[in-house]
Design a protein. Structure first.
Length: 469
């Protein structure tokens, strides 16, 4: 009879913590490595990942297409010679070998039982993509979550309210594990507005003395506005220390003003967990370079983007066992932050995530990101920042047009003039004319999912020739 696998017997935790230190141990060691020390550590772990990847059918097939052999990659310097892959390749792998895909190195008939965690992608069309995590995979992800929380001011016994969806997607549960295992703080898992109403979220903050909020900026902004406008309560009176967000292009200054708390950006994905996090100096998001090698590639040429130049992020993991990623095109758009950070770390820093290449719309020859529209809207007066972009075919020639619907505050005096000003700002910033339409506060909630899900929908594509994945 097979014995039941026990999680805490599945890992040598002392050895793992020595390799991937946590909290102050991390900040006093790996975090302060020189660039040469970082590269040396990455190179060793990368070569180990390559050995593991060659055991996986997905990589054997993918690399064979370009004639790559197991001995061809001799160091991290050869990374550019490895062909990247993207989400379409993952979907193909699942179709070939359901339900997980042959990029997950798990044979249910032959492998020794191990404790597993399953979480998924967002799944905006069809079934979400499942990802399985071995104990080592999950524990390093937990460690990186704990690191970012410590970097962003979380301390023992702090109450952290997590407003991320609790379901198949990774965010909420991974944060809970990181808080519980590697911060000493107390996770309060209220989830999104669909799981705990906005007013109840506020009641919990007051009653249990929440000190940090984790979530997406749009919903945390909404919570603060409900406090002010409907409950006549100043969010700053609650004593929130920090807002730990996937900030994107949302406006940091207005959120910090609303809550009286520092806003910290974090970059994470379903496949990898937290890849980077801002420190107290807010100069960009420090990549956990002992866990990942990130590249930023120009969208048009595929060449390395220079510091400050936008490009798409390629992800290579340095710790994963079941499904290592070797040059995964994430479709996330960012740029390297130039210069050094005052914290003393030499780990590379990402600027904010500007959008996704698979959300990019080419409108009459101009690339338009919905997130860029939101950044422009945030600078307008008499709006609450909520918006959605609707792109559709128009006329006999199926000419593409984009309409931006945005919510107008009840106190606004002249909707027509505000629409004109916003349309002009879009034209000047993006170089293409968009249609705009103001709507009452709350009108877009059902479309964007603001109160019901963590990831807010900002693009509705109604064109006959293309659908958003």
């Amino acid at each position: 009879m097979d014995s039941v696998p026990r999680y805490y017997d599945s890992l040598d935790f002392q050895s793992l913590w020595a390799q991937y230190p946590t909290g102050t141990d991390f900040l006093q060691s790996t975090y302060l490595f020189s660039s040469d020390e970082i590269w040396s550590l990455q190179n060793k772990r990368f070569l180990d990942q390559m050995v593991r990847a060659w055991q996986i059918p997905f990589y054997q097939r993918h690399w064979a297409k370009v004639g790559m052999l197991a001995g061809d990659i001799k160091s991290l310097e050869d990374l550019n010679s490895i062909p990247p892959f993207d989400v379409s390749d993952l979907r193909d792998a699942i179709d070939r070998s359901p339900p997980w895909g042959d990029f997950v190195a798990l044979d249910l008939e032959k492998n020794k039982p191990m404790p597993l965690v399953l979480q998924t992608s967002g799944g905006t069309t069809g079934l979400p993509r499942a990802m399985l995590y071995s104990p080592k995979d999950r524990e390093v992800m937990n460690i990186n979550t704990g690191r970012r929380l410590y970097m962003q001011g979380v301390r023992s016994f702090d109450v952290i309210q997590v407003m991320l969806s609790l379901g198949l997607s990774n965010g909420g549960f991974l944060v809970r594990e990181g808080i519980w295992k590697y911060s000493g703080a107390v996770p309060v898992m209220t989830g999104s507005g669909a799981q705990t109403s906005t007013r109840r979220q506020i009641e919990i903050m007051q009653a249990w003395k929440t000190r940090h909020l984790v979530g997406f900026p749009a919903y945390i902004r909404k919570v603060g506005q409900v406090m002010k406008d409907e409950l006549n309560l100043d969010p700053r009176s609650l004593g929130i220390k920090s807002l730990i967000l996937h900030l994107g292009v949302d406006d940091r200054a207005s959120l910090e003003k609303l809550w009286g708390a520092k806003v910290y950006d974090t970059y994470g994905t379903n496949e990898c967990g937290s890849l980077s996090a801002e420190c107290e100096h807010q100069t960009g998001s420090h990549v956990f370079e002992d866990s990942f090698v990130l590249e930023i590639k120009d969208l048009e040429t595929g060449e390395d983007a220079l510091p400050g130049e936008k490009g798409v992020i390629y992800q290579t993991t340095l710790f994963k066992h079941l499904a290592p990623l070797i040059r995964f095109n994430s479709a996330d758009i960012s740029a390297w932050s130039p210069g050094a950070c005052a914290c003393g770390s030499h780990h590379k820093r990402l600027q904010r995530i500007f959008g996704r290449s698979d959300n990019m719309i080419k409108l009459r020859g101009t690339n338009v990101f919905p997130e860029a529209v939101g950044a422009i809207l945030a600078k307008q007066s008499d709006v609450n920042g909520e918006y959605v972009c609707i792109v559709e075919d128009s006329g006999e020639n199926l000419e593409e047009k984009m309409t931006v619907k945005f919510e107008l505050l009840p106190s606004a005096d002249n909707a027509s003039l505000i629409e004109q000003d916003f349309a002009l700002a879009l034209k000047e910033s993006l170089g293409v004319k968009l249609l705009v339409q103001s709507v009452p506060v709350g009108s877009l909630d059902a479309v964007t999912g603001l109160s019901s899900q963590s990831k807010i929908k900002r693009l509705i594509d109604l064109r006959k020739t293309r659908s958003v994945k």
